[in-house]
Write a protein that binds this ligand. Structure first.
Ligand code: MRU
Length: 350
């Protein structure tokens, strides 16, 4: 029996009266609660506090967020320069939420031109829906391209959550795994719990359970040992930003997975849409890495687990150098080897 597709981002109703609803990912898997965002501040807060998270999902939410901002402008009867100024400050509020996932800035850049041209509410909603739909279709294509690299009976390790909750569709890395599973390849997924926010334990494990994909949840520190025992034949993760040379920013801990995979001669793959590439950033050293609150590390839920005053370093992402990445799967093809030339070749306008 197939399960209903998961969709963590919904627009309900018309451009004028509709509303943006987000599945609150902070509460999963225990509770399925939806949050309504009626102001741009609520949308920005939902992104910052990770009600919605994952690079493509943040971008899609920002697109609908601009519709929310335009609705507010309409209610206040703003027109001309006042309306443009209002939309520009909404764009800035969204840009200030999370710095690493480039999909957010890709969406906001597209929006800039539209807002300068006095776009209507209906046109804005149409554009946001197009961004959402394109991600659904992109996930599907990327899944087919990536699944080609996975063979019967493989053990595949993934880190963080790059599934339906992080995108508009079936997911990037999890989309590849889901496609391989649906093709009957009998894969087994090893899920890193992904400290500190536990996206693997809470979200990826939940998605895989829903889809009936066999998996084993492990603590992050277990992966190298499983590789040495021959249980893992491939690793696949998503990405928050890929520099022009193919260096990949993704959830903190990804670099460690890639180094361990290299040592054990296991291919390390990345699945990401074209909107995750940042050709203006030459290499990983230039990617802005978000640092989050110390409490994410010092607390387990609401319980304090470290001594009062513990000094914490909590970057949300790390960078994996291109030489450790065997291939990147996108919706328009595979990149391998991963370097500036192969990326430019696939992404250059045809
Ligand atoms: O902090 P998060 O949960 O937003 O981080 C998410 C990730 O790192 C994902 O792997 C990445 O965004 C790819 S999602 C398809």
């Amino acid at each position: 029996m197939s399960v209903p597709e998961l969709s963590p981002i919904l627009w309900r109703g018309s451009a004028r009266d509709g509303e943006l609803r987000l599945l609150d990912q902070r509460l999963l898997p225990g509770q399925e609660q939806w949050v309504s965002c009626k102001t741009i501040d609520q949308v920005a807060q939902a992104i910052r506090e990770m009600v919605v998270r994952g690079a493509p999902a943040i971008g899609i939410t920002a697109a609908y967020g601009m519709v929310v901002a335009a609705q507010d402008g309409e209610r206040r009867q703003l027109a001309g320069a006042a309306r443009r100024g209002h939309l520009e400050s909404a764009r800035r509020a969204l840009a200030a939420t999370r710095p690493t996932a480039v999909n957010l800035f890709w969406v906001l850049e597209q929006c800039r031109a539209r807002c300068e041209e006095d776009v209507t509410l209906e046109q804005l909603l149409h554009w946001a829906r197009q961004i959402h739909d394109a991600d659904v279709e992109g996930n599907r294509r990327m899944g087919v391209i990536g699944a080609d690299r996975l063979s019967q009976g493989m053990g595949v390790l993934t880190h963080c959550n790059a599934g339906a909750l992080a995108t508009g569709g079936v997911g990037t890395a999890i989309g590849v795994l889901t496609t391989a599973h649906r093709q009957g390849k009998n894969i087994h997924v090893y899920v890193d719990e992904t400290r500190p926010r536990l996206q693997g334990a809470r979200l990826t494990a939940w998605e895989l359970s829903r889809e009936g994909i066999p998996y084993t949840l492990i603590c992050d520190g277990m992966a190298a040992s499983l590789m040495s025992r021959g249980r893992i034949q491939a690793c696949i993760v998503g990405a928050d930003r890929i520099a022009a040379n193919g260096d990949v920013a993704n959830k903190v801990g990804t670099y460690g997975v890639a180094v361990n995979a290299h040592y054990h001669e296991i291919p390390f793959y990345v699945a990401a849409p074209v909107s995750t590439f940042d050709l203006q950033t030459p290499g990983g050293d230039h990617i802005p890495i978000e640092e989050r609150a110390a409490s994410e590390v010092t607390q387990w839920g609401t319980e304090q687990v470290s001594p009062e005053g513990a000094v914490v370093y909590n970057p949300a992402f790390d960078v994996t150098p291109n030489r450790l990445v065997a291939a990147i799967f996108t919706e328009i093809g595979e990149i391998s080897p991963v370097n500036a030339r192969s990326i430019a070749k696939l992404l250059s306008p045809r």
